[in-house]
Design a protein around this ligand. Structure first.
Ligand code: PMP
Length: 461
């Protein structure tokens, strides 16, 4: 068998990749033609590619490498756990120490009475669990028709059939026969794009009240739960106006709707607290977690469930579970990651050092001719690109054209920054230092200037 290694020429690796590897969320024919970048190693906030280039990772992988790359402790814990007990299930009256220890730790860290953990392989699976959890909960309480879950357009909750149905991504719904029945989507609190002539506060209230209208329309006895990301991530780091979340909380309380906070991105320090729900003052019954739970070093997700829901579910046989629910290696790695987050005071670093510094620099980007608004919560930020700031105008080109030009300039300047339509987003590792933030902004500004010149050259302004 021929051995494929980091030392092979990039072109050969690219050719093999194009021949055999189907990439997620990609037009694979284009990738094959253009050639993908081969990432070979990483340390701290920097990636290295097969050409030896050092790339500043402004996205923490996929919003997940919270403690940064290259932490030996996690590798050691994984190896130790693999030697001791590489796998065992938790289905049939058995358990193991990593699953117990991680569940106890999560119960300690999670707010309120979120004291019970159902494990999954990642965020999508955990949200699929949530669909079944809340429907089973109401069925067990004698209300089997209370099975509609309300979500939001442009939300992202995962890629499985269930979680993509919860999500509100139109291009995903256009493929493969989703959403599944009894998922209802209301509008998102994206003031920049959809606020019209309203003030952000008025708009936030109006969008929150769409939840109340939907409940009244569908019937209170039909609605099981509302799910939302505290800050929409993949939708473009959409930060709701301040009026939004208190009104959502009021409505969920009034109508006894279970509130599911999808903390897959916001969890584990990203917003400056352990959970985004704490930053935004939300009291969820269930939280979805993944990504930062293990800082991406091992695939693991979970639903963290409040006492009441766990008690009701506990009285029936919940016919649900994944082979890798509570995988011992992933659980051990997650536990070590939480130890590092806690003992190295990484959340305090975010709150007191990294996030305030990043915010100052990020918000200053509005002086750039392409940037309309700059929003940021903790270590997740976005800018809206616009040809006319006062009018909050959209570009005449196909949505995403300008965002892609900017992203390509970033990539060429060895900075990973993503675009969602014509918004640019960042979500760097939480351990980023002020000096590294300075370096990131040198690259951001250079990329924006080059993109601006290119947009003018192509007459796209
Ligand atoms: N929920 C949210 C808020 C996410 O951002 C993601 C992933 N980007 C998911 C769920 C899905 O998680 P996974 O990719 O681990 O299945």
């Amino acid at each position: 068998m021929s051995i494929i290694t980091n030392h092979m020429p990039t072109a050969e690796l690219q050719a093999l990749d194009a021949a055999h590897h189907i990439h997620p969320f990609s037009t694979n024919a284009d990738l094959g033609r253009d050639g993908v970048r081969v990432i070979t190693r990483a340390k701290g906030v920097f990636l290295t590619d097969s050409e030896g280039e050092e790339i500043l990772d402004g996205m923490a992988g996929l919003w997940c490498v919270n403690i940064g790359y290259g932490r030996e402790e996690l590798a050691e814990v994984a190896a130790r756990q693999m030697r001791e007990l590489p796998f065992y299930n938790t289905f049939f009256k058995t358990t193991h120490v990593p699953a117990i220890a991680l569940a106890k730790k999560l119960a300690e860290l999670a707010p309120g009475d979120l004291n019970h953990v159902f494990y999954a392989g990642g965020g999508s699976e955990a949200n699929d669990t949530n669909i079944r959890l809340v429907r089973t909960y109401w069925a067990e309480k004698g209300k089997p028709d209370k099975n509609v879950i309300i979500s939001r357009k442009n939300a992202y909750h995962g890629s499985t059939v269930g979680s993509a149905s919860l999500g509100g991504m139109a291009p995903m719904h256009a493929q493969g026969g989703i959403p599944i029945p009894n998922i209802h989507h209301i509008n998102q609190p994206n003031w920049w794009a959809e606020g019209g002539g309203m003030s952000p506060e008025e708009f936030g209230l109006a969008r929150a009240r769409e939840l109340e209208e939907a409940i009244q329309e569908l019937g209170e006895d039909r609605v099981a739960a509302f799910i939302a990301e505290p800050v929409q991530g993949a939708g473009g780091v959409i930060v709701a106006p301040d009026s939004y979340w208190p009104e959502i909380q009021r409505i969920c309380d009034k109508y006894e709707i279970l509130l599911i906070a999808d903390e897959v991105i916001c969890g584990f320090g990203r917003t400056g607290n352990w959970f985004g729900s704490q930053t935004l003052g939300i009291r969820p019954h269930i939280m979805t977690v993944a990504k930062g739970l293990s800082s991406g070093y091992a695939p693991i997700g979970a639903s963290i469930v409040c006492d009441e829901v766990a008690e009701v579910i506990g009285n029936c046989e919940f016919n649900h579970g994944y082979t890798y629910s509570g995988h011992p290696v992933a659980a051990a790695v997650a536990l070590e990651n939480l130890r590092i987050l806690e003992e190295e005071k990484i959340i305090e670093h975010v709150r007191d050092v990294a996030a305030p510094y990043l915010k100052e620099k990020w918000e200053a980007l509005v002086d750039h001719p392409l940037v309309g608004e700059a929003r940021i919560v903790g270590m997740m930020g976005s800018v809206a690109l616009t040809p006319n700031k006062e009018a909050r105008a959209k570009f005449a080109s196909e949505p995403g054209t300008i965002g892609l030009i900017c992203r390509e300039r970033c990539f060429a300047n060895n900075l990973i920054m993503r675009h969602v339509g014509d918004r640019l987003i960042i979500s760097p590792p939480l351990i980023i230092t002020p000096a590294e933030i300075d370096e990131m902004f040198v690259r951001i500004r250079k990329s924006l200037d080059e993109a601006h010149a290119e947009i003018l050259r192509q007459d796209l302004m």
